[in-house]
Write a protein that binds this ligand. Sequence first.
Ligand code: AHG
Ligand code: MN
Ligand code: MN
Ligand code: MN
Length: 323
Amino acid sequence: MAFTDLETWLESTDRDLARLIQAVAEGCREVSRLVARGALGGVLGEQGTQNVQGEGQKKLDVIADDVFMDVARRCGVVRAAASEEQDDPVVTEAGDAPYLLLFDPLDGSSNIDVNVSIGTIFSVLRAREGAGFDPADLLQSGRRQVCAGYAVYGPQTQLVLTTGNGVDAFTLDPDSGRWLLTRAGLSIPAQAKEFAINASNSRHWAEPVSRYVSECLEGRDGPRGKDFNMRWIASMVADVHRVLNRGGVFMYPWDKREPSKPGKLRLMYEANPMSLLVEQAGGQAFDGVQAILDVQPTALHQRVSVMLGAAEEIEHLKALHRA
Ligand code: AHG
Ligand code: MN
Ligand code: MN
Ligand code: MN
C-alpha cells in the first residue's frame, strides 16, 4: 500500500508553515531516536535541576528542549520560541520571521524511565506584523493557533497534526525515516464509554468533577445508564492520542490540593494545542467555565483546568458545572 508522505501532505500548506512543520517533524524524529535508545544512549534518569514550574527535570526533558530550541533557531521561520522547560522566551535571529513556536518538549516525564509512551506537544502562533518581538506577543488565545500537533513516542512514533482543516496522523517509518500518512480525518465520536483521570486526587476534586466520575462509576444502573471503562497513562500525549483514536474523555481538572493553582497542565504548551486538535476532531475542551481555546492568557507558564474529548460528555460536564 502506498502512503502519502508528509512532504506531499504539506504541498497545500503555506510555504513558511510547511517549513516549520517539517523542521519540528525532524526534531521529533531525532527525539524518537534518542528515546528508542534509552539506557544505551545514556538519556534516562534525572538531570538534577528544576524548571520554572518547580518540577524536577529529567535528562530527556532538557535534551528534547535543546532539540526543539535548535529547530526554532535554525528553521528561519520562527521569530521566538517558548518552552515549558525555560523561564523566558528565546528570540531567534530571524527578526521578521512569521511564526512563534511554543512547545512541551517532553510530555509524560514520569514515564521516561519505565519505557511507557511519552511525547512532544507544539503550538504555532503568528508573530506580530512587521518586525520585532515582545514576550506579550505570545499571549494569544488558543483560537489563534495556526497549527498544533504532537508526536507520541510509543510502540510506533506518530505525528498528529492540524492546520485548521481536520486532524491527520503520520507514522514514522523507522526504515526510511519518512513520516507517512496512516490515518486522515480523525474524529472523536460524540458519545463515550471511557474516561481518563488520576483518581488518586479524588478527595481533592471540585463537586462537579466528583459527581461526573461517580455517575460514570455507577454504570448502567446509575443516571448515565451505561458502563464506563477507565484508563490513565499519565502522559497527556498518550491519553489524548487514545481519545483522538477511539474516543472518550480526558480530565486533569483543578483540585483543592493547591487552591490558588488553576490546574496542573499548562495552557500554552499542553492545553491549547491539544484542545485545537480535539475541536478539529469534533470534540470539545472545557476548563470548568469556558472553552479552553477562548481563555485569554495572562502569563506564559499559566496553568489551566482541563476536560476534553467526546462532545456529549463535555456537554454533560458543562451542565454539572452550571448546576
Ligand atoms: P510533563 O511531563 O510535561 O511535566 O507533563 C506531565 C503531565 C501530563 O503529561 C500528564 O497528564 C500528567 O502530568 C500526569 O500527572 P500525574 O502524575 O499527577 O497523574
Ligand atoms: Mn515536566
Ligand atoms: Mn507535559
Ligand atoms: Mn514536559
